[in-house]
Design a binder for this molecule. Structure first.
Ligand SMILES: Nc1nc2c(ncn2[C@@H]2O[C@H](COP(=O)(O)OP(=O)(O)OP(=O)(O)O)[C@@H](O)[C@H]2O)c(=O)[nH]1
Ligand SMILES: [Mg+2]
Length: 457
């Protein structure tokens, strides 16, 4: 069923000066609008007569005047992004050409598209499901190749297939139970009951497996913050530069060189990680440095992981204890730096924080540190190499509701409650699962998801 009858248009490329800009049109009136404002040159054809998936050279014309020289791609339904008739007008890059073309298209009957509306149509017209639509945003936002690979997997339907299997299994179980409700005189056979219980248990196990990917999904989508802290001159800025692979922060032998916090993103084994270099921790009378140290404390609070840098060429100092206290209840790694020099540092034996020795001068130990960062960040479990999908927060919440519904249904079945109760809880589970792919999504939910897109996507 297709209730969409208007035609939408938007500029799909970033606003600014560039080689090209693209105006996109989708809907029942797209081809007619193309005929009205595109003047074909040479052997090019008007949109309504052109073959699908062909490109035509010509001009966009507004009130008899040429607006710009363009290439027009004609895409006829159903094999298009939205499953509707579509046009893509490639014009000269720049703010004005694309804007004037958009205005011309709108004068001819299109309306301005809302953020994500092209993708929303792809969903409403059944080309992709909701999890795939969300993957489109993930592909656009991905900051590392690994994040992109997981997003592409989701886009191609790998999560959707698993969710659909789960949903159809639960629907089957529900149908069985409802059949028994319709014939209340017939008792449910013990081995039928056992089979139904087994199916529910299998579904719970499967949901738990999917839930395990949530943490990696969060990290891949949002990245995590890691604060680099320690005494002045311990080599925090040198470490930041090493992890980024370029000279981002000023390094000098003068203690107190870094005064403000510096944030920069790096790719650590496929994870997008924001490192925050901080002002060295010490008491200072200098008001600028004191403000820097206050910011260091904020960075420590915000960070999910802390790298405490200690100078390995100096003996253990009593005030290190303060630093160690600071990280004692946090996810942290102790980085002993300057191991190219004679080592004088002796750490207390009872530390339960991982320690990595590095030299920011020679680069020794940096790769090992990256591995440990990845391990600690993912709490030692890497499922990404084996599991091709990683769910997002919305999927996680829906799966938890489905999980609870199933647990309740299973309990009700086992203790011999009326099958109506079992059915109610199973319904809850089926609906929650259906939200992931969009079978049971409300308009509000769709608005929340598609408003995260850019205009023109
Ligand atoms: N030998 C040696 N020197 C290092 C190493 N890492 C850093 N340094 C030196 O230590 C000094 C301080 O380095 P920084 O990176 O500026 O130290 P910091 O912790 O950022 O210092 P503040 O910003 O002042 O808190 C510089 O002279 C660096 O060249 C290392 O691995 N070995
Ligand atoms: Mg510094």
């Amino acid at each position: 069923m297709n209730l969409i009858n208007d035609t939408i248009a938007a500029i799909s490329t970033p606003i600014g000066e560039a080689g090209l800009a693209v105006v996109r049109i989708s809907g029942a009136g797209a081809l007619r609008i193309g005929d009205a404002c595109f003047r074909p040159a040479g052997k090019s054809l008007p949109s309504t007569q052109a073959k699908s998936h062909t490109v035509h050279y010509g001009h966009i014309v507004r009130k008899g005047e040429i607006v710009d020289e363009v290439l027009l791609t004609v895409l006829k339904k159903p094999r298009t992004y939205t499953r509707e008739d579509m046009l893509e007008i490639s014009c000269h890059g720049g703010i004005l050409p694309a804007r004037l073309i958009l205005e011309t298209v709108i004068e001819n009957g299109a309306r301005l598209a809302q953020p994500g509306e092209f993708t929303k149509r792809a969903f409403l017209n059944g080309r992709i499901d909701l999890a795939q639509a969300e993957a489109v945003i993930d592909v656009i936002h991905s900051r590392t190749e690994l994040a992109m690979k997981v997003a592409e997997n989701q886009l191609s339907g790998r999560l959707s297939v698993q969710i659909e299997e789960l949903r159809s299994k639960l629907m089957d179980t529900l149908a069985h139970i409802e059949a028994h409700i319709d014939f209340p005189d017939e008792d449910i056979e013990p081995d039928t009951e056992e089979k139904l219980a087994l199916r529910m248990k299998e579904s719970i196990v499967f949901i738990n497996e999917l839930l395990k990917t949530a943490e990696e999904g969060r990290i891949l989508r949002q990245g995590i913050k890691i604060a680099i802290i320690g005494k002045p001159n311990s080599g925090k800025s040198s470490l930041l530069n090493r992890l980024l692979d370029y000279e981002r922060a000023i390094v000098s032998p003068i203690p107190g060189t870094t005064r403000d916090t510096i944030e920069e993103t790096a790719n650590i084994g496929g994870l997008p990680i924001v490192f925050i270099d901080t002002a060295g921790l010490r008491t200072s009378a200098d008001i600028v440095e004191a403000e820097g140290i206050r910011r260091t404390k904020t960075a420590i609070e915000q960070a999910e992981l802390i790298l405490l840098v200690l100078d390995g060429s100096e003996p253990f100092r009593d005030d290190y204890k303060e630093n160690l206290n600071l990280i004692s209840h946090r996810k942290a790694i102790i980085v002993v730096n300057k191991i190219d020099l004679p080592i004088k540092l002796e750490l207390p034996k009872d530390l339960n924080t991982p320690v990595v020795n590095v030299s920011c001068i020679t680069g020794e130990g940096i790769d090992k540190l990256k591995d440990v960062i990845k391990d600690v960040t993912l709490s030692g479990k890497h499922t990404l190499e084996t599991v091709p999908v990683a769910i997002n927060l919305r999927h996680k919440e829906a799966l938890i509701r489905a999980h609870n519904g199933l647990e309740n249904a299973l309990n009700a079945l086992i203790i011999g409650e009326s099958l109506e109760f079992v059915a109610v809880d199973l319904h809850i589970a089926v609906n929650a699962i259906g939200e992931i792919t969009g079978h049971t999504a409300t308009d509000d939910l769709l608005d929340v998801i598609f408003s995260q897109f850019c205009i023109g996507k």
